[in-house]
Design a protein around this ligand. Structure first.
Ligand SMILES: NC(=O)C1=CN([C@@H]2O[C@H](COP(=O)(O)OP(=O)(O)OC[C@H]3O[C@@H](n4cnc5c(N)ncnc54)[C@H](OP(=O)(O)O)[C@@H]3O)[C@@H](O)[C@H]2O)C=CC1
Ligand SMILES: CC(=O)C(=O)O
Ligand SMILES: [Mg+2]
Length: 588
């Protein structure tokens, strides 16, 4: 028979022995009584009443007005008080502050995101400096490490080898149809924490929440994806709570085929202008994927390209503190992977453009160290392809401190993923060669930072221009307070993505990364320099992102890569008008 809610259920006969422990007269046993019967999962298209409160896109909690409570069958489902969003934000931030452990704050934030999306974003935007370290690095790193035990509801799509041949179907299971940006990982290099397999999902989820909060991209347009080809993390393979495929990583053709099917299906389902951001792939795949898809898809590798753009901006603005032109400086990278060689390449490109010098010539001032020591020409044959352009004539040098003493860099950049590697000896060597050494410890999370802010300032006697990938609190040295900046691609990718999306850009070009970098550097003011900062604070990030988006979009039009017509006259106004704000909507 048809029930009042439109589903067709067999009503159990109360005289039927099979209903013992269940049946219409025993509401507590009802589920058990019908366990062997099929039910139809169904939904209504207009959410009201209880369903409305349970829908994170529309739920406003106590902020539903009296009129809305009447119109949407909410009477009695909420306590009588009506409060505004601002009061809700104040209440929530107090709640979050009560937790002492960052991971508890993270869980509370994720819980809020699943209950009331607009309140989550309002809270994150209004308290961005305080909450960024929670939803993003460093806490997101710990969340990924413990993802198996804190995992509650899927927040994105999992595409595993089991779905091979059916990826288009899987994409169609995602409830949102107008996806504009995907952040995808295969979990093999999660921050500096290594292979976390399927538990890497925390990263695309976190990155996309920044797309919305920092860059104003609508949450419904964002899709986090984890591609699961297995994991080589022995600990996870033996863990009961591991949520991914419990076998070693597929490689070679099997890996390439799955990724290719995904890339094709994503473009087929969401169109040419879909932005796909590769995140935290290991470098043996990251460079090849970028190369393979950069001419057919709108792809962007955050670790290679976004990081490059943010670090170039920081160095350009640091020139205001240390003097000289970019081409006058000498760079030494500790770590020659995605971040290291990505940054090195963009710096070289910028210097080459500014000075009209060939890249080969410019590269001579840029040196990299990997796990085997300084990258020199005698090692060229055995180097991975992305390191080869940096193999200069020099005798082999094994230790970082010796490389610092011999190369005498003015800028030292840590991209190794290994903490505590900028030792006192290394930092003091930088200080003895430079009046104001630029020291960037970019590895994440905080545990992997090459040195702390306190170490950098103490060991250089307060002379370092310092920034790090994960945030550090301010440091007092010799009666002066130093505010370390955060050199993190979170400054770039939200605004960069917005710029691509709002202009309908179809391919990423290096000049767009340079435009983003220039836009970021131009946001640093004298007031910031006076505090020793080389980045503007995150409190102004929405404005910063709008400026980045505007310059990126303008460059895309100039290069003929933008498809949205007519071209907006005032790009900054247009960027701001495109940005999602999480203010509650009124329901009729
Ligand atoms: N602040 C930011 O915005 C960003 C920070 N990062 C951080 O940068 C770190 C590196 O990321 P990524 O470049 O993608 O990683 P990769 O794995 O691509 O590169 C790591 C590099 O570090 C080298 N390395 C590792 N250990 C040592 C060691 N003990 N001594 C010398 N060199 C070493 C590796 O050497 P070898 O090649 O010989 O193995 C490799 O060249 C991570 O912690 C990540 O979180 C990344 C992107 C953005
Ligand atoms: C910030 C970032 O993308 C990373 O550490 O991988
Ligand atoms: Mg990353």
């Amino acid at each position: 028979m048809a029930t009042s809610n439109g589903s067709c259920l067999k009503v159990p006969d109360i005289h039927d022995n099979t209903t013992i422990g269940g049946g219409v007269q025993d509401v507590y046993g009802e589920d058990r009584a019908t366990e062997d019967q099929s039910v139809t999962p169904w939904n209504v298209s207009v959410a009201s009443g209880y369903a409305l409160l349970r829908d994170p896109h529309f739920n406003k909690g106590l902020a539903f007005t009296e009129k809305e409570r009447d119109a949407h069958y909410l009477r009695g489902l909420l306590p009588p008080t009506v409060i505004c969003q601002e009061t809700q934000v104040n209440k929530m931030i107090q709640n979050i502050r009560q937790y002492e452990v960052p991971l508890q704050k993270y869980i509370a934030m994720m819980d809020l995101q699943e209950r009331n999306e607009r309140l989550f974003y309002r809270l994150l935007i209004d308290h961005v400096e305080e909450l960024l370290p929670i939803v993003y690095t460093p806490t997101v790193g710990e969340a990924c490490q413990k993802y198996g035990s804190i995992f509650m509801r899927p927040q994105g799509l999992y595409i595993s080898l089991k779905e091979k041949g059916r990826i288009l179907e899987v994409l169609r299971n995602w409830p949102e149809k107008n996806v504009q940006v995907i952040v995808v990982t295969d979990g093999e290099r999660i921050l500096g924490l290594g292979d976390l397999g399927c538990h890497g999902m925390g990263i695309p989820v976190g990155k996309l929440s920044l797309y919305t909060a920092l860059g104003g991209v609508r949450p419904s347009s964002c899709l986090p994806i984890t591609i699961d080809v297995g994991t080589n993390n022995e600990k996870l393979l033996g863990e009961e709570l591991y949520i991914g495929l419990k076998h070693r990583r597929a490689t070679g053709q099997e890996y390439a085929e799955l990724i290719d099917e995904f890339m094709t299906a994503a473009k087929q389902n969401y169109g040419e202008k879909l932005l796909i951001q590769f995140e935290d792939f290991a470098n043996h795949n990251a460079f090849d994927l970028l190369e393979r898809y950069r001419s057919t898809h709108l792809v962007f590798n955050d670790d290679i390209q976004g990081t490059a753009s943010v670090v170039l901006a920081g160095i350009v603005s640091a020139l205001n503190l240390v003097g000289g032109n970019l081409g006058d400086h000498r760079f030494l990278f500790f770590g020659a992977g995605e971040a290291g060689t990505g940054i090195a390449s963009l710096i070289a490109l910028e210097i080459s453009k500014r000075t009209n010098s060939p890249l080969d010539e410019v590269r001579k001032n840029i040196w990299l160290v990997d796990s085997k020591g300084l990258i020199v020409s005698s090692r060229k044959e055995s180097l991975q392809h992305f390191k080869k352009p940096w193999a200069h004539e020099h005798e082999p040098v094994e230790k970082l401190v010796d490389a610092v003493n011999q190369i005498k860099p003015t800028v030292l950049i840590g991209t190794s993923g290994h903490g505590k590697t900028f030792t006192q000896e290394v930092v003091e060597a930088m200080a003895s060669n430079n009046e104001k050494p630029i020291i960037l410890a970019l590895s994440n999370p905080t545990t992997q930072s090459e040195c702390t802010a306190e170490e950098a300032y103490n060991w250089t006697k307060g002379r370092a221009i310092f920034a790090s990938g994960s945030p550090f609190p301010s440091v007092e040295y010799d009666g002066k307070v130093f505010m370390p900046g955060q050199s993190n691609n979170a400054y770039i990718f939200p605004g960069f993505g917005l710029g691509l999306i709002m202009s309908g850009t179809i391919r990423v070009h290096d000049d767009l990364l340079l435009a983003a970098s220039e836009a970021l550097a131009s946001q640093v003011t004298q007031e910031h320099y006076d505090k020793g900062l080389i980045y503007p604070p995150f409190t102004n990030i929405r404005k910063i992102s709008a400026n980045i988006a505007a310059l990126v979009a303008a460059k895309a039009y100039e290069l003929g890569l933008a498809t949205r017509l007519p071209q907006p006259k005032n790009m900054l106004n247009f960027a701001e008008s495109c940005m999602y704000t999480p203010t509650y909507r009124n329901y009729r």
